[in-house]
Design a protein around this ligand. Structure first.
Ligand SMILES: Cc1cc2nc3c(=O)[nH]c(=O)nc-3n(C[C@H](O)[C@H](O)[C@H](O)COP(=O)(O)O)c2cc1C
Length: 203
């Protein structure tokens, strides 16, 4: 598995954190890009002192019990629009932006590529590769909705950070895992983050 994972500065750090933690338990090599606003939001949401992408990854691998990663994470500088993955000549299976801000959605919709997350998203669209946005905002204004529709029309998938409750989550981590699992489903990757839905007899 070879993915590009972007974390942008929206609320919902838990979705990115649980996705990275689950990915760490799968073999493969992925690129990780974390925007400065994402680090800022991460600090707010976890009341932690993270200052860089490495800290965020380390937090995800230790917060809920330390795990040894089977996955190789290549942490790429957010501002490095000259990185190898800024070019379509480098191939990856899919890209996920989890969580995604409305600003990153707007930039990609407009074709801007001012940082490495936006550039890789732009490359994903032009190379017709799977691109998944996990937006977190409420309520949506018309501009948000139009931007998301345009991205869907361009081939991206909008996977809103809206976990289901029918599997009776009992923790924030369960909610994060629900969204992480849905991302893996869209990437065609088997996981055990939640059981497949089976209706209970008599309900
Ligand atoms: C604590 C905090 C929470 C935020 N939550 C959201 C959010 O849920 N959705 C959103 O679109 N932007 C949110 N923002 C604003 C973005 O961080 C801001 O638009 C930023 O420019 C996004 O940049 P990026 O997409 O390059 O990471 C939040 C900012 C802060 C400081």
């Amino acid at each position: 598995m070879r993915l590009v994972v972007g974390m942008a500065g929206s609320s919902g750090s838990i979705y990115g954190a649980r996705f990275l933690r689950a990915l760490a338990q799968m073999p493969g090599t992925s690129h990780l890009i974390v925007s400065p606003p994402a680090i800022r939001v991460f600090r707010e949401e976890y009341q932690t002192k993270v200052t860089k992408a490495e800290d965020v990854l380390d937090f995800c691998l230790t917060k809920w019990g330390e795990i040894h990663s089977k996955h190789t994470f290549l942490i790429r500088p957010h501002a490095d629009i000259g990185a190898d993955i800024a070019s379509g000549s480098n191939v990856w299976q899919g890209m996920v932006i989890v969580p995604s801000s409305m600003k990153t959605i707007a930039s990609v919709r407009a074709g801007l590529a001012e940082n490495l997350i936006e550039r890789c998203a732009d490359v994903s669209l032009k190379e017709r590769r799977r691109l998944i946005f996990v937006p977190r905002e409420t309520p949506y204004n018309r501009i948000h909705l139009q931007n998301m529709l345009a991205l869907d029309e361009a081939g991206a998938i909008i996977l809103p950070a809206s976990p289901g409750f029918y599997q009776n989550p009992t923790s924030l981590e369960d909610l994060g895992d629900f969204i992480a699992g849905r991302i893996f489903n869209l990437l065609g990757v088997e996981h055990e983050l939640f059981p497949k839905w089976t209706p209970k007899p008599g309900t």
